[in-house]
Design a protein around this ligand. Structure first.
Ligand code: 2AM
Ligand code: CA
Length: 298
């Protein structure tokens, strides 16, 4: 099956309706109210609430009814059997991205729903009900913010004159207590920020991979570098970003083409020539202080 532009637009419309009418109100109503009732997943800073699970069931039920032949991968119902993402149309969904923000009531949590076909993100909807920001896109149909075309300002792209999203993430084993990922991330941040290194204009952090991707798609941020997040954190934002002329490559050096579940990403904005994007990417990679390695990395 290869979905037509019109079919993709129809799916985008269904996801927009689902996000704004069914998911958004629940997310908004419960933000900041779960501080006494969250659980830990992989560790004590990897958090989940009953609302994450409830919203995923709402999404799963609607999408299974509407698209019974499509595959579905969701953060809260995912099992190792879902590990391989096939060529078939597959919804990849994070019911709440930015769960820590959601628990604290910091208004950067959203629902993030994407569709991949042949491994490529072809539909993306990200909805932050707290700020009423609805980002949506489908392949060949452009990207929109609350129905208005989303287009980053044309502006030269250069590493030193950039602001970049960097996140501490939830895997923070340091030194001899675990793998090197956290230390590599910190060393990379230092190299990018230091006056002896990249000396970039600054770093920012939404605490939500999907919102960071949308900030890059909008052109407010020049790039977002991440290691450790999952396909459902980036799938929707990836489609939105590419529809605005942006690019996603690997977070590790020389990974020009990566699968959606690579778990290490460098997203770069549009509004600049492809050669300047590639130059930016190579210069960024020169600061990556080692090789990030994550379980099930592609
Ligand atoms: P979540 O809110 O759905 O858990 C923060 O770095 C962002 O990355 C959030 O979007 C968070 O998603 C996601 N994330 C999830 N697991 C992560 C991990 N192990 N390392 C880094 N980021 C992770
Ligand atoms: Ca989540």
């Amino acid at each position: 099956m290869v979905l037509s532009k019109q079919e993709l637009k129809n799916i985008e419309t269904v996801l927009v309706e689902l996000a704004t009418k069914e998911v958004g109100p629940v997310l908004k109503e419960n933000a900041g109210k779960m501080f006494d009732s969250f659980d830990d997943k992989a560790n004590q800073v990897d958090l989940v609430t009953a609302i994450d699970k409830q919203i995923e069931q709402t999404i799963l039920k609607r999408l299974k009814a509407e698209y019974p032949d499509f595959h579905f991968i969701g953060e809260e119902s995912y099992t190792s059997a879902d590990r391989e993402i096939s060529d078939a149309p597959t919804f990849i969904v994070d019911p709440i991205d930015g769960t820590t923000n959601f628990i604290h009531g910091y208004p950067y949590s959203c629902t993030s729903m994407g569709l991949v076909e042949k491994g490529v993100p072809v539909v993306g909807v990200v909805y932050n009900p707290h700020l009423n920001q609805l980002y949506h896109a489908s392949q060949g149909n452009g990207a929109f913010l609350n129905g208005e075309p989303l287009k980053p300002v044309e502006r030269p792209l250069g590493l030193q004159r950039s602001i970049i999203a960097l996140e501490s993430g939830s895997e923070r084993s340091s030194g001899s207590s675990g793998d090197d990922n956290f230390d590599i991330k910190q060393a990379t941040y230092r190299s990018l920020l230091s006056d002896q290194g990249g000396y970039i204009h600054g770093s920012r952090s939404c605490g939500s991979a999907a919102m960071n991707m949308c900030m890059v798609a909008s052109g407010y941020l020049d790039a977002y570098w991440e290691g450790g997040c999952w396909a459902w954190d980036v799938c929707a934002g990836w489609c939105i970003l590419t529809e605005t002329g942006g690019k996603v490559v690997g977070g590790n050096a020389n990974e020009w083409k990566i699968p959606v579940d690579e778990r290490c990403y460098l997203a770069v904005r549009g509004g600049a020539s492809e050669s300047s994007q590639d130059k930016f990417i190579e210069e960024f990679w020169s600061h990556v202080a080692g090789k990030l390695k994550y379980f099930w990395q592609g």
